[in-house]
Each structure stands twice: as structure tokens, then as C-alpha cells.
Write a protein that binds this ligand. Structure first.
Ligand SMILES: NC(=O)c1ccc[n+]([C@@H]2O[C@H](COP(=O)([O-])OP(=O)(O)OC[C@H]3O[C@@H](n4cnc5c(N)ncnc54)[C@H](OP(=O)(O)O)[C@@H]3O)[C@@H](O)[C@H]2O)c1
Length: 290
């Protein structure tokens, strides 16, 4: 039995789909099993649980051989990772595969990377105790699916408002993030490993928007939003301004630019096929932009 957390989200639902396709028994953790059943359908066991409520986790991990751990990337991430790691240790789970982030590889100072790195450290500590679960950390770069956030303005105004639009990043399809997770869960030999991986080609936001426009048959405009304006807009809309500021600020750093642009062999080595292209992601999601 494999427990999948974040099972109703972008990556997690793909992890569930690919595990079910591989014929593996899957238990999906969610805060709302009724809603999750509508998303994930048959062939999956559901368990109500919350990574922030440790008392809900023993039932989730009971009898599981391994866990896919997805915490939200917010300030609660280290605690949620530790809660799951502790429950897994107490239940004798053998292996936890945590979805982390590129910034954990290079100790970037943006808040999200900092939180993931703290989560990784908690899992290393728990794993080092007698009977603690082995860990694998997946450190992907930026997801292609962040382009979903462009859908509203593209539909309304044919415009994408974004920051750091000329920084090339080898964006990765979340279906490929799931494929790495499934490989490391099902194959032996990935315990104690960290994997940094990305997509097949570095693309700036301008280049990604041009590809989207070509697929839509429309010319789209890109507005390069200064980081301070993005931070202030986040604050006004109730999102965490420092997360936005430090994430975008990270994109301006030479170290990020050196690493994010790299096309790495890791994905193909692990999964045995080339990673999906941004064009493929656009083709498969074009309806949300119409
Ligand atoms: N976007 C990027 O470019 C990027 C790049 C690298 C890494 N990442 C990392 O990827 C992760 C986000 O993945 P995603 O986009 O697939 O997430 P998502 O679509 O936002 O889904 C979040 C999932 O987390 C679950 N969840 C939220 N709070 C929970 C809680 N307290 N207890 C248990 N489950 C909870 C939700 O399940 P229910 O609502 O069903 O409970 C949902 O399934 C973050 O850790 C982020 O840092 C993102």
C-alpha cells in the first residue's frame, strides 16, 4: 500500500493516476474525502487526514509500505513534513518520498526553499533514528502549470502580467514530477537520494507566452511587473508578500539563473523517456485559456 498525500492537487492526482495504472494499491490522504472521491474516482482508498493534525495521521499510514509526501510549500511545511515522518516512523513505513524544490539543492534564501529544506532536515533526522523511514527528496524546478495563473488575463485582455520575464527556466511538467515520484516509489535503490530535475528546454516567460499565443492563434502581450509591485499586489489580495518578494527576488540572482537554465539528464535517466515539452503542456491545457 502506498499513501499519497496532496492527492487532490496538481502533482498528487497524477501520482495517484500513475500508481493505479501501474496496478498498485493506493490510499489518498485528503482533508475532504467526499470532494476527493469526485476528483480521483474509483480504484483508490481514501483517508481523512490533515498534515497539521498529527492525531489524524496514524490511520493514514497504518499498513503503508511507502508514502508520497507533498506539503504545501508554506510556512507550515517543516512541521507537516515532521508530523508525517514521525507517524511513518511509528507505523514502520519503510520509505518517504518528499516533493521538495530546486532551491533546497542550492540552499536558496527564498522562503519556500527555506521551508522545504527545513522539512528535508526533519525527515533526515527522523530517518536516522532506529526504525525511521528512508527518504528520497525530489527537487524539481518551476512547473509548466504555473502558466494556469495566466488564464484569466489572457482570456480577458490577451495579456500576461508577470515578473522576471526574460529569465530562462527549464520548466517541468507536473506529470513528469509525478513520474519521478512513481519511479522512486516503485523501484528499489532510491532511498537516501536527492534528485534535481527539470524540463527539456530553457524558456523565458516571453517565450512561453509566445508559444501559448501561437497555439491560441492570438498575439499575446507580456507586461513585466516590477518585483515591488508584485509584492504589493500580493499583500492587497491577501497572499503572503514576502513569499512573492523572496521567490521573485531569487530569480534575479546569478546563482538561480545559472542553475534554472540547465537541461539535466536526471529525468530521462530515472524515467527512461525525455521529459514533456512546454508545447505539450499547452496543447493538453489549451481550453483553460480560451
Ligand atoms: N509550482 C512550482 O513551480 C513548484 C516547483 C517546485 C516545487 N513545488 C512544490 O510543489 C508543491 C505543490 O504541489 P501542487 O501544485 O501539486 O499542490 P496543489 O495543487 O496546490 O495541491 C495541494 C494539495 O495539498 C493538500 N493539502 C493542503 N493542505 C493540507 C493539509 N493541511 N493536510 C493535508 N493535505 C493538505 C490538498 O489536499 P486536500 O485539499 O484534498 O486536503 C491538495 O491536494 C509545494 O510543496 C511546492 O513548493 C512547486
Amino acid at each position: 500500500m502506498i499513501l499519497v498525500t496532496g492527492a487532490t492537487g496538481t502533482v498528487g492526482r497524477e501520482v495517484v493516476r500513475q500508481l493505479v495504472e501501474a496496478g498498485r494499491p493506493v490510499r489518498a490522504l485528503t482533508r475532504d474525502p467526499a470532494a476527493a472521491a469526485a476528483v480521483l474516482g474509483d480504484g483508490v482508498e481514501f483517508v481523512a487526514g490533515d498534515l497539521g493534525r498529527p492525531e489524524t495521521l496514524p490511520a493514514a499510514v497504518a499498513g503503508a509500505d511507502s508514502v508520497f509526501l507533498l506539503s504545501g510549500g508554506g510556512p507550515e511545511t517543516p512541521l507537516h513534513d515532521a508530523n508525517l515522518g514521525q507517524a511513518a516512523a511509528e507505523a514502520g513505513v519503510g520509505h518517504v518520498v518528499k516533493l521538495s524544490i530546486i532551491g533546497a539543492e542550492y540552499e536558496f534564501t527564498d522562503l519556500v526553499s527555506t521551508w522545504h529544506l527545513a522539512g528535508e532536515r526533519a525527515l533526515r533526522q527522523i530517518g536516522a533514528r532506529p526504525g525511521g523511514p528512508a527518504w528520497t527528496f525530489l527537487r524539481p524546478g518551476e512547473f509548466t502549470s504555473n502558466a494556469r495563473l495566466w488564464a484569466g488575463p489572457v482570456k480577458a485582455k490577451g495579456t500576461v502580467f508577470w515578473s522576471q520575464v526574460d529569465t530562462p527556466v527549464a520548466v517541468v511538467d507536473p506529470r513528469d514530477v509525478a513520474a519521478v515520484a512513481v519511479t522512486t516509489l516503485l523501484e528499489p535503490g532510491h532511498q537516501g537520494q536527492t534528485y534535481r530535475f527539470g524540463g527539456p528546454e530553457p524558456l523565458t516567460v516571453r517565450e512561453r507566452v509566445a508559444k501559448l499565443g501561437a497555439a491560441l492563434g492570438r498575439e499575446l502581450t507580456v507586461v513585466d511587473v516590477p518585483i515591488a509591485a508584485a509584492r504589493d499586489a500580493a499583500a492587497k489580495s491577501g497572499r503572503q508578500p514576502l513569499v512573492v518578494e523572496t521567490t521573485l527576488g531569487n530569480l534575479t540572482r546569478e546563482e538561480f539563473q545559472v542553475h534554472a537554465v540547465k537541461v539535466l539528464p536526471t529525468f530521462e535517466k530515472l524515467v527512461g523517456r525525455p521529459p514533456l515539452t512546454f508545447d505539450q503542456w499547452v496543447a493538453d491545457h489549451i481550453e483553460i485559456f480560451r
